[in-house]
Design a binder for this molecule. Structure first.
Ligand code: FAD
Length: 475
């Protein structure tokens, strides 16, 4: 009985639940759907789509070694997926289709429609739990609702992890050769611009590259993660988010690699290990939020009353933020890092997000969309969660309102200005003190082509506080 593994954001052969299940059930064929119109609707970045395709080419090579042909089909929009998959099953005499579950509203609707179509044709559709450590719905409050506060969610996660940690699954054994030719993986798809080779070089494709990155982080940086993770000029974080988002690495592989540094323990040893595992749990938390509160998948505010915030329509300010021309060096350096590399350091994601939503009082949805259009690790749950947390419309447990001052953040987390100098060479000549807040620019002898601040921090802070104060209560 032939099986079909439909690959999506699970581009690996190691520890892949659906792939292993398919191969254990019978001779297996793989398929990937190109859905450029749908990907555009979801604001996926060109560098992210390019990363998928580069990883897909690697998966194809690895699958070929197992005699599993990878076919490429098109379903421009996901509404076409049921017909395309059903047609393929018919052509290849497939009896069951295996996928790893994805959790956005559109993804769930797509899979439900494909499942219904296949069942109508007498075929099986098996959706496997794989992408997370904990299935959404399995970590609930005593009232059986989804947690809204991370610290409470994390506590239950640790209780579970102390009892059981899912092992990593083996690579399937090679099957007998099938009389089916693999399709070539395209190097690009319509609707997405070509990606600079300098950016591609930062994110090498394939499981070997991903595993090497994880291993070297665990060998060299995880011990100091608690101290180093907030300093963007340091290589203090793993930079594996793109690999996790595309499923080139599994979260189980990450958890086991981190625990191995700590002799398999959570509680003793290096604090960096537990701090890093907490970040993996943030990833879990936001995906559970996406499932438990599906309105966030539709870009609605998590806190209802914040739907009434009087956001400013300020296209020039928005453009200055997007292009890294706000006159605040840490903001501009961070935005230029995003544009050049497809990635931004977590501390700076929070700083630029608060600056946009509070100092500029621009709707968080603008920032969420712009990030998605440029991030190689763009992930609906984490991106929406991060934006709503930063905008105080989301799950932040701090009551009322949180606002970082970008200049204090700059001084604290880039004390010598190394990060700013790297991304804003036009400011490299400034002293360690002035680089956070250039004062002398615009003077008679100044030739620096760097803008003046587009907003006054003190009055814009007041403006944001008032906007939040005036929200309706008890909705
Ligand atoms: P590490 O510090 O090494 O952390 C390890 C892994 O844990 C990350 O790769 C990531 O998978 C996960 N993780 C870490 N922090 C978070 C977090 N706060 N929320 C969810 N998962 C986390 N992360 C994304 O993967 N995709 C996004 O689209 C995304 N958008 C964000 C937008 C905003 C406004 C903010 C504030 C955060 C966003 N994050 C997003 C979370 C975080 O910034 C990145 O995961 C992290 O910077 C990736 O770098 P790293 O792999 O070196 O992380």
């Amino acid at each position: 009985m032939r099986q079909l593994i439909w690959l999506r954001t699970d581009l690996r052969i190691h520890d892949n639940t659906a792939l292993l299940a398919a191969t254990q059930a019978g001779p297996t064929i793989a398929v990937f759907l190109l859905s450029s119109a749908q990907w555009q609707t979801h604001n996926n970045a060109a560098c992210k789509v390019d990363f998928w395709l580069r990883n897909l080419a690697e998966v194809q090579r690895n699958l070929a070694a197992l005699n599993i042909p990878l076919l490429i089909r098109s379903a421009e929009r996901w509404q076409e997926a049921p017909t395309v998959i059903a047609q393929l099953c018919h052509e290849l005499n497939i009896s069951a289709v295996h996928v790893n579950t994805e959790y956005g509203v559109d993804e769930s609707q797509r899979d439900a429609a494909v499942g219904a179509q296949l069942v109508e044709q007498g075929l099986l559709f098996k959706s496997h739990h794989d992408r997370l450590l904990f299935k959404p719905g399995s970590i609930l409050t005593q009232n059986d609702s989804y947690f809204k506060v991370f610290s409470q969610f994390r506590k239950v996660c640790y209780q579970r992890l102390h009892n059981y940690i899912a092992p990593c699954l083996t690579v399937p054994t090679a099957q007998a050769v099938l009389p089916i030719e693999a399709d070539p993986v395209p190097a690009n798809v319509a609707g997405f611009t070509t990606v600079a080779t300098s950016l591609q070089a930062l994110w090498p494709a394939g499981e070997t590259a991903a595993q090497q990155r994880l291993d070297s982080f665990c060998a060299e940086a995880i011990d100091d993660y608690s101290e180093q993770r907030d300093f963007p000029a340091e290589l203090g974080t793993s930079q594996i988010s793109a690999y996790l988002a595309a499923g080139v690495l599994s979260v189980r592989q990450c958890l086991h690699a981190a625990l191995a540094v700590n002799q398999g323990e959570f509680d003793c040893g290096k604090s960096g290990v537990v701090t890093w595992i907490n970040e993996l749990l943030w990833r879990e938390f936001y995906t559970h939020i996406l499932v438990g509160y599906p309105k966030v998948s539709r870009h609605r505010a998590f806190k209802v009353e914040t739907e009434f915030l009087a956001w400013r329509k300020a296209p020039d300010d928005l453009l200055a933020w997007q292009q890294g021309r706000t006159g605040f060096p840490i903001i501009d350096a961070a935005m230029r890092q995003l544009l050049a590399t497809g990635w931004m350091h977590n501390r700076l994601r929070m700083v630029v997000a608060m600056f946009l939503t509070k100092n500029l009082l621009i709707n968080w949805r603008e920032g969420e969309r712009f990030f998605m259009q440029h991030l190689i690790d763009g992930d609906l749950a984490a991106n929406n969660g991060g934006w709503q947390w930063s905008a105080s419309t989301g799950t932040d447990a701090v009551p009322y309102f949180r606002l970082f001052n970008p200049i204090s953040q700059s001084k604290k987390f880039d004390p010598q200005g190394d990060f700013i100098r790297h991304w804003l060479p036009e400011l490299a000549h400034l002293s360690d003190k002035d680089i956070h807040q250039p004062k002398q620019l615009g003077g008679l002898f100044d030739t620096t082509d760097y803008p003046k601040p587009i907003v006054d921090l003190a009055s814009s802070r007041e403006r944001a506080l008032n906007a939040f104060k005036n929200l309706p209560r008890n909705l």
